[in-house]
Design a protein around this ligand. Structure first.
Ligand SMILES: *Cc1c(COP(=O)(O)O)cnc(C)c1O
Length: 393
């Protein structure tokens, strides 16, 4: 079989497209990770990452690991065996993080939520008020549930914790939101932020991090879960205040370039671009949804994600068949349904290095794939997307 011609359109919500300038920057010869020239690049990257996080105080720990490693690191460094944490249910990723916490010996309580609507902050206040013995050590939220295309209002959740007068730490997974839509670690009182390299930061997978507030660092002093690779205390004794063993130096040449791109465009403009592209994708899906076609999985307009759209197939139609046609016939890679949503949904990632024609190309390929797969859908989706792109904010 000949290789497909033209660009591979990568419309996954992670990893994401890597800009050519980041790819080139990453192709760097080996350097000693203690070399002063590298240390300067390294410190520049840490400072830039803190600006993207809107982090004013605390410690930043980086790991050679995917996002799951940062989940693990965050839990083992903040808690002790038998501690209770409260997970805000959002979907596949909140369940996976909760499952990891249980395997580490934590007791996970859950704020239940409809996956298509998202959690209710008032419910969080009620649960915390009911915790008279103050057993809950932390509230954990996935800022952007990449499986469902639904974002949580972290500032409102912060206010809900405060309304209960509860001292719990507030942990947030920003792996698919950071660098794509607004996040403010310090203003929103987040005590530990989990992030990864391969989504909004437009780098390859393999590096992740936790940003920790001063309150989080105080909790770390008391935490007694066993840890090896991910021990923050051991990391703090190293010149890099992060990592174990060899520092993955090439990531930092790439990160320096991706931070430069984000700051050259300006974070507010980056967010506006994500809003614009996301709105166009949703306009297309709304058009398809007439005639009993695929529809937005997120049924709460206030919670729609600006970095990924999850599309629910009509009953009796397989999302994997659509994805397969998109991949094999049009060289477009779409995200699949995760966990219990497997086969029922597909996902369009619209985060990172992306512009209007890339989104329009993806939408056209999706529509052709729906047609070829015999999936009913309404007309006018591409026109609706284009009209949306031409609208003023
Ligand atoms: C991608 C993702 C993860 C997992 O990250 P990996 O790098 O694949 O381990 C966790 N949480 C969210 C919200 C994600 O989008």
């Amino acid at each position: 079989m000949t290789e497909p011609r033209g660009r591979h359109f990568f419309a996954n919500p992670g990893p994401t497209n890597i800009p050519d300038s980041v790819l080139l920057a990453t192709a760097h010869a080996s350097v000693d990770f203690n070399d002063p020239a590298f240390m300067a690049v390294y410190e520049e990257c840490r400072a830039g990452l803190k600006r993207v996080l809107r982090m004013e105080a605390g410690e930043l720990f980086l790991y050679t690991a995917s996002g799951h490693g940062a989940w693990d690191a965050t839990l083992v460094n903040l808690f002790s065996p038998g501690d209770h944490i409260l997970m805000i249910e959002s979907g596949y990723f909140s369940e996976s993080w909760a499952g990891m916490a249980e395997r580490l010996g934590l007791v996970v309580e859950t704020l239940r939520a409809d996956w298509r609507q998202g959690a209710d902050p008032a419910g969080l206040t009620a649960l915390l008020r009911a915790d008279g013995g103050r057993r809950i050590r932390a509230v954990c939220a996935v800022h952007n549930e990449t499986a469902t295309g639904l974002a949580l209002p972290l500032a409102a959740l912060r206010a809900a914790i405060d309304a209960a007068g509860h001292e719990a730490l507030f942990l947030a997974d920003t792996i698919s939101s950071l660098g794509s839509f607004e996040f403010r670690m310090s203003d929103w009182g987040i005590d530990a932020v989990v992030g990864g390299s391969q989504k909004g930061l437009m780098l390859p997978a393999g590096m992740s991090f936790t940003a920790v507030s001063p309150r989080g660092m105080a909790a770390h002093q008391e935490a007694r879960l066993r840890r090896g690779y991910f021990d923050w205390a051991a990391m703090l004794s190293r010149p890099h205040r992060s990592f174990m063993g060899t520092v993955p130096v090439t990531f930092f040449y790439g990160l320096r370039e991706s931070l430069r791109l984000l700051e050259e465009e300006g974070l507010e403009n980056v967010f506006a671009r994500h809003r614009r592209l996301a709105r166009a994708v949703r306009a297309a899906v709304r058009a398809w949804s007439s005639n009993r076609g695929p529809q937005l999985f997120c049924a709460n307009p206030a919670r729609v994600s600006d970095s990924v759209t999850t599309i629910l197939m009509p009953e009796g139609h397989d999302a994997e068949a659509v994805r397969k046609i998109a991949r094999t016939r049009f060289n477009v890679s779409l995200g699949g349904g995760l966990g219990s949503l497997g086969g029922k949904v597909f996902r369009i990632g619209h985060l990172g290095d992306l512009n209007e024609p890339m989104v329009m190309g993806t939408l056209a390929a999706v529509e052709m794939s729906l047609t070829l797969a015999g999936v009913p859908h309404g007309a006018g989706a591409l026109e609706a997307a284009m009209a949306s792109l031409l609208e003023e904010e």
